[in-house]
Design a protein around this ligand. Structure first.
Ligand code: NAD
Ligand code: UD1
Length: 336
């Protein structure tokens, strides 16, 4: 089986590529390194002993993408490539709409022209918006996004659904990720944010290693058990394995299938801080500040559909997530 992975040197993509190689898939990676480093490829080789075919290409470059499909038979595409920083998407909406939408449309056109109609897409729990009460399940209508990044996910889900309605040969799998954290247990790959981290776990690990003075906890007046926001943190290796499971489902089923990838368990910001401190015997100084605009109080998945239909279930607990995040940060204080 030959799988083309866009964004395959990024955080989730690199962990997924390792799972695919471990399952003897042939992997072609396309990434333009806009948010990742070439060193990731060496690390993937060290971990798996296997090579991927790599193209440093922008997925918006139609000619280059067409050439890649000419060079290789492709059975299925796993599409991670896109920008993901929520705050930046508010400041630079055109950058986000352009890259995420036109990059994906170009990819889909090239796929169609080459009769490759199997795609697994990285969507997000953000598509549920604020209208529903957790646990979120896939039968709920999607909500309003609170930022341009979130809208790119809503629009891309819609584009993929429309494509499938127009041509019944397409198999589209929409994977709605909850909050991936953790790293490969080797400590060789992990999340490598550029600049100040937007997300909670990379901020915590940077405080732990002394790069940041203290964590700001965004609000303690939410209607949750301790007032801080509750999320469904999922180990990135579990998430990566969800993709491997989604492949056989995608190949067997035409049309659109939507799956939450989460644990089904919600933890607050303070729960995560305490778990990290306990697992790693480090202190995380923090200060409570105002809520972050756009944040919701509680988000966690109903993962039943993925459990049943993909035969996938998250295995790793919060303790393992904290250990592996810290192992990666300690071994790579400056990232890759
Ligand atoms: P990431 O930034 O680490 O990885 C994305 C990769 O895509 C990067 O290596 C980047 O260089 C590449 N890329 C971006 N635009 C490109 C383009 N035009 N052409 C080629 N390569 C391009 O992000 P991630 O955390 O691994 O996320 C992967 C996907 O999952 C994204 O689509 C993201 O929106 C989605 N997602 C992530 C999270 C999360 O918490 N990390 C949650 C929900 C959904
Ligand atoms: C955010 C994005 C979401 C995106 C996801 C993964 C917003 C509104 N949502 O989700 O669209 O899919 O990242 O990239 O940005 N927190 C702190 N201090 C911090 C950082 C976070 O207290 O320094 C809190 C947040 O308020 C939240 C929790 O920690 O309650 C998790 O935050 P984060 O890791 O940014 O993820 P989400 O907000 O769930």
């Amino acid at each position: 089986m030959s799988i083309l992975v866009t964004g395959g040197t990024g955080y989730i993509g690199s962990h997924t590529v390792i799972e695919l190689l471990n399952n003897d898939q042939e992997v072609i990676v396309v990434d333009n390194f806009s948010n990742s480093k070439p060193e990731v490829l060496n690390r993937i080789h060290t971990i798996t002993g296997k090579n991927v075919t790599f193209y440093q290409t922008n997925i918006e470059d139609k000619q280059a993408m067409a050439q890649i499909f000419k060079n290789h038979p492709v059975d299925l595409v796993i599409h991670f490539a896109g920008y993901k920083a929520v705050g930046e998407s508010v400041e630079k909406p055109l950058k986000y709409y352009h890259n995420n939408l036109s990059g994906t449309i170009t990819l889909l056109e090239v796929m169609q022209e080459n009769q490759v109609k199997n795609i697994i897409f990285s969507s997000s729990a953000t598509v549920y918006g604020e209208a529903h009460k957790a646990p979120f399940d896939e039968s709920m209508p999607t909500g309003e996004a609170s930022n341009p990044y979130g809208y790119t996910k809503l629009v891309l889900e819609k584009i993929l659904q429309d494509l499938s309605y127009s041509d019944s040969e397409w198999s589209v799998t929409l994977l709605r990720y909850f909050n991936p954290i953790g790293a490969h247990h080797s400590g060789l790959i992990g999340e490598d944010p550029q600049g100040i981290p937007n997300n909670l776990m990379p901020y915590i690990t940077q405080v732990a290693i002394g790069k940041r003075r203290e964590l700001q906890v965004f609000g303690n007046d939410y209607p949750t058990h301790d007032g801080t926001g509750v999320r469904d943190y999922i180990h990135v290796v579990d998430l990566a394995q969800g993709h491997q499971k989604a492949i056989s489902h995608n190949l067997k089923n035409k049309g659109v299938a939507i799956f939450n990838l989460g644990t089904g368990q919600g933890y607050s910001v303070l729960d995560l801080i305490r778990a990290f401190e306990k697992a790693n015997q480090v202190q995380i100084p923090y200060q409570i500040v105002d809520r972050r605009p756009g944040d919701i109080a509680i988000a966690y998945a109903n993962p039943e559909r993925a459990n049943q239909e993909l035969n996938w279930r998250a295995q790793k607990n919060l303790y393992a997530m904290c250990l592996d995040s810290w192992n990666w940060q300690k071994k790579n204080p400056e990232g890759f």
